[in-house]
Design a protein. Structure first.
Length: 223
């Protein structure tokens, strides 16, 4: 089970107050269960999002909010020559993901760290691909976070952000609103070649936005 079960939490890690917050930062015994749920659900959604990353030509891939590590493992299997990194603010998810990707971690192909998108623990221009699935709704300042994501991407790099809204009362219109909102925020963060998509799914469609970092370094510096 969880090494931080009960009242013993990592320094600075606040206990989620409800199930919605558990999906944003799984902690304690309930966080362990949330991780197991995330590991077995939504495979079709993940495969669709990953297909947008053009992994056949990827060399360094970042996932923000890797959860139980299932998609890290999928990327490592799809892009055999790529190095796969990730950050997640949940220590419980870090434990589960490292265990699920133990072989990749041992081989030096997988690098999973505690952290958040507000301050990514990587140097400028480290990655050529970055993605996040159902994490963006927990980002405190999305424009700032998207700029941070662009910082760690190389010129010509690609970012893919997806969300399937699960809040009470969410409808297809909610998904469409997320797509439009993220398109505007990608533009504000300096991405180019931005396009949004909606994919039919239950209970509501998946909203996804794809953006590139300008391949011209001089242009990228002005954005």
């Amino acid at each position: 089970m969880n090494a931080h079960a009960g009242s013993c939490l990592p320094p600075g890690e606040l206990r989620p107050r409800n199930i919605h917050e558990q999906f944003g930062n799984p902690t304690g015994p309930m966080g362990w269960l949330v991780g197991q749920v995330m590991a077995v659900k939504n495979a079709a959604r993940s495969r669709w999002v990953l297909s947008l990353l053009r992994l056949e030509s990827a060399s360094d891939v970042l996932e923000v909010g890797f959860g139980s590590g299932v998609d890290v493992r999928r990327v490592a299997r799809l892009a055999l020559s790529a190095r796969v990194s990730g950050v997640d603010r949940s220590r419980e998810m870090l434990r589960q993901a490292r265990r699920r990707n133990a072989a990749g971690v041992a081989a030096g192909r997988v690098d999973l760290r505690p952290g958040s998108v507000e301050a990514l623990p990587f140097a400028n221009a480290t990655f050529d691909r970055a993605f996040s699935i159902n994490s963006v709704q927990f980002w405190p300042d999305r424009r700032r976070c998207l700029r941070e994501l662009r910082r760690v991407l190389r010129p010509g790099g690609l970012a893919v952000i997806a969300i399937q809204p699960r809040n009470k009362g969410a409808t297809a219109a909610t998904s469409a609103e997320w797509r439009e909102r993220l398109e505007a925020e990608f533009l504000d963060a300096g991405f180019t070649a931005i396009h949004g998509l909606l994919r039919d799914a239950r209970p509501v469609p998946v909203a996804c936005v794809v953006g590139e970092v300008a391949s011209d370094p001089e242009l990228a510096a002005t954005l």
